[in-house]
Design a protein around this ligand. Structure first.
Ligand SMILES: Nc1nc2c(ncn2[C@@H]2O[C@H](COP(=O)(O)OP(=O)(O)OP(=O)(O)O)[C@@H](O)[C@H]2O)c(=O)[nH]1
Length: 342
């Protein structure tokens, strides 16, 4: 037993990314405590009321038969889950058939980040101790992994995580498309023109902010801008600090008109935001569509070309890659495999 326990701790801490960590945690809990259902819930930070997503569920049907349920946003969290998240305390409920449901909070840097829900036939005290210990190990390890994913100054995702996150998003889109084709759904009516988008945001004349007011003031500008971005964009949009004064946003699928309007509103918000010392600050944006079969580098290059165009044509504006291509204002990126050599 002791050896099995040690091996399971090794399994959990061997993981190098947050998604695999969730799989390891749930399978380990299931291995030691016979459950009917285990889920990881996460609070998605954003504006307005607290949004919760069920990040992963392991549902056990029969001995040796189980299924994994994927990420889903929970509009109305269960009352007990909400209490657990708000109070950061464990909550247990038992129904008349003796089935127990437990919610254990996940606390990171003294803030509740989510909860683990366990549904089972009732736990003895040794199992309860074990369950608590697994959740604490998960909590500690999650703290380390989260810090590795984030930029130190702004707290946004860092560039190193970009390829992985975009790949996950593209795989999800591809799965959805394949599922729709398999189920015979009409893709056009299914998505109604909605695709994912990537925006590259770059502060205009940032060098002069540093040169005139110093690096500390420059850092403060970066911090305020990233806070505004976190408040303004949806909690499901991925925000990265890509380099010095460059940010990348990957949007959940939406149509062209909506993304256009949202980016214009964002530019307006930046114009109206007050930054220390600086009278006026603006940003330029390059926006490109993300298709399921794109390479991350291609999408970045497209957005970068559109950004370059926006910078060259007066700054404080959004360059739309597809628009610029169709108007022949920039040249299309050609994949090396598409080039006909003969
Ligand atoms: N304060 C601060 N400055 C940074 C950081 N990283 C990069 N920079 C500065 O960002 C500035 C980027 O300047 P440029 O690439 O010349 O661009 P720009 O002045 O914004 O001009 P345009 O992009 O053409 O509008 C440089 O002065 C860098 O030193 C950082 O973490 N903090």
């Amino acid at each position: 037993m002791q050896e099995e326990l040690l091996n399971s701790v090794i399994k959990i801490t061997k993981t190098r990314d947050i998604d695999s960590l969730e799989y390891s945690l749930l399978s380990t809990i299931q291995e030691f405590i016979n459950c009917q259902r285990i889920s990881v819930f996460k609070i998605i930070q954003g504006q307005g009321p607290c949004t919760v997503e069920r990040s992963l569920t392991l549902r056990v049907h029969d001995v040796g038969e189980y299924e994994w349920l994927d990420r889903v946003i929970i509009d109305e969290p269960h009352a007990e889950l909400s209490s657990c998240l708000q109070s950061a305390c464990s909550i247990t409920m038992q129904d008349s058939a003796g089935t127990e449901r437990r919610w254990l909070p996940i606390v990171i840097h003294e803030k509740t980040a989510g909860a683990i829900e366990v549904q089972c036939e009732g736990l003895d005290s040794a199992q309860q101790v074990m369950l608590n210990a697994f959740v604490r190990i998960y909590e500690n390890y999650l703290t380390i992994l989260r810090e590795n994913e984030r930029d130190k100054l702004t707290g946004l995702l860092n560039r190193q995580t970009f390829d992985k996150k975009l790949k996950q998003l593209l795989e999800k889109q591809m799965l959805e498309q394949n599922r729709a084709i398999r189920d015979g759904s009409d893709l056009r009516s299914l998505h109604r023109g909605a695709t994912s988008w990537l925006a590259m945001v770059d502060i205009d004349h940032f060098k002069s902010v540093n040169d005139t007011y110093g690096h500390v003031c420059g850092d403060e500008v970066l911090l305020i801008l990233s806070q505004r971005m976190q408040e303004f964009f949806r909690s499901t949009d991925l925000l990265f600090r890509f380099g010095g004064e460059e940010f990348v946003i990957v949007f959940e699928p939406t149509d062209y008109e909506s993304i256009k309007q949202r980016m214009e509103q964002f530019l307006n918000l930046v114009r109206k935001t007050s930054f220390p010392f600086i009278k006026k600050l603006t940003v330029s944006v390059g926006l490109a569509r993300i298709s399921p079969y794109d390479f991350p580098i291609t999408v970045l290059e497209n957005a970068d070309k559109a950004l370059y165009y926006a910078k060259e044509h007066g700054r404080d504006q959004v360059g739309f890659y597809e628009d610029l291509i169709s108007r022949k204002q920039i040249k299309q990126h050609i994949e090396s495999s598409d080039i006909d050599l003969f």
